[in-house]
Design a protein around this ligand. Sequence first.
Ligand code: UDX
Ligand code: ADP
Length: 434
Amino acid sequence: MKIAIIGAGYVGLTTGTCLAELGHEVICVDNNLEKLEKLNRGKSPIFEPGLEELIIKNQTAGRLTFSDKIKPAVEQAEVIFICVNTPPKDDGHADLKYVEQVAREIAGTINGDYKVIVDKSTVPVKTAEKVKETILRYGAGKTNFDVVSNPEFLKEGTAVKDTMEPDRIVIGVDSEKARDKILELYRPLIEKTKAPIKVVSVRSAELIKHGANTFLATKISFANLIAQTCEEAGADALEVLEAIGLDERIGAQFLKPGLGFGGSCFPKDIAAYKKTLEILGLDNSLIHAIERINLEAVRRFLRKIEKELWVLDGKQIGVLGLAFKPDTDDIRNSPALRIIESLKKDGAKIKAFDPQAMNNAKKELPGIEYAENPYEAAAGSEALVICTDWREFKNLDLERIKKLMVTPTIFDGRNIFEPKVMAKLGFRYFGVGR
Ligand code: UDX
Ligand code: ADP
């Protein structure tokens, strides 16, 4: 099938590449020329395990191309995916200006052939209706199209795997013709993975995405609430949460306490859902609580550092991890950035290391030192602060780290080490909820 993907970011690039891998003919359109230049050289503009290999493979096979021209891509495509960013506005609302812009461009391009336009970006409920209205308004009477919601559930760091082996495929359609087209599109994947297919109304599909992300964020904030309780009551949050998660109705995943959730999705999506609840006249205090606990996770962690180190002014602090989670170079809403900003404000000298995110961090965080490796970040530091649970940090030579530090003190925001082991090794060690 001929596919156009508009917006080659985390979602669009992964979706487009995986659809090409399934055998479709895909053009990814983006208006960021720097990104396109990299892609056309077979380089992924983002670090995402397995993605670059798949891009090169499908480019070479002639199934995947990149362009800045939306018109020819839309003209030849049977299915057009809108994958542009939907950043938050000041009031929490999702800013849909890029979605509208793309809808207008599609309207100016579609001809008489039937097209399915798919909302892949995470958007508030009823956005597809607005997209349809926009295309009708600017499309000079062209009506031979349907708008579908087909939310993406990929996680950064495992985006390719999540797309190729999804837990479910959600297709929000209000027309049989569009349903059949999207089922045909996913047939190779459906045959391969046997993922459950949920064909629902467009509005339901839009709410499934916001609902799923809000529930996952709720689990994380709940885990952090338990961690706070354990710190005050002298219990161990990992013991408590592991046993809670063994209940099949609850499940063990997304119950890791730490520095709270960051990234480009959860903070934005729950804020947008909170706004939706407000607009619908519903109680959104649950979402306020999730957000408050999430902020408190970082605040408590900072208080621990301040209490232990007393005066921060002039002290060197090593920071391990800048990305909002491991296996990505994404620093959007990363707790590490908030922690560094706060420590810097108190006069601390920061020496940071991240295996993938330092290039992105250098643009956002000038005025700190960047180390070549974790050991360099530890050398001469009075404390090490772990902000991201990269696998390689778990295998550090801790004896070497101890010798390099001025005072062997570790604040472990992701509980990657065991308190008892760390104490035995001679560290002053502070985890979360332990
Ligand atoms: C999320 C959703 O998981 C995905 O389905 C959706 O499509 C996009 O948003 P992503 O933001 O890539 O994916 O990362 P995710 O793995 O969900 O982690 C989000 C944040 O929560 C990270 O900052 C992570 O460190 C934190 N987290 C996750 C915890 O603090 N504890 C946990 O138990 C799990
Ligand atoms: P996400 O994480 O949701 O995928 P990103 O910000 O990573 O979001 O990606 C969105 C992509 O959409 C960016 O590469 C951006 O350049 C692109 N984009 C935004 N507006 C347009 C537009 N009008 N036409 C083409 N591409 C666009």
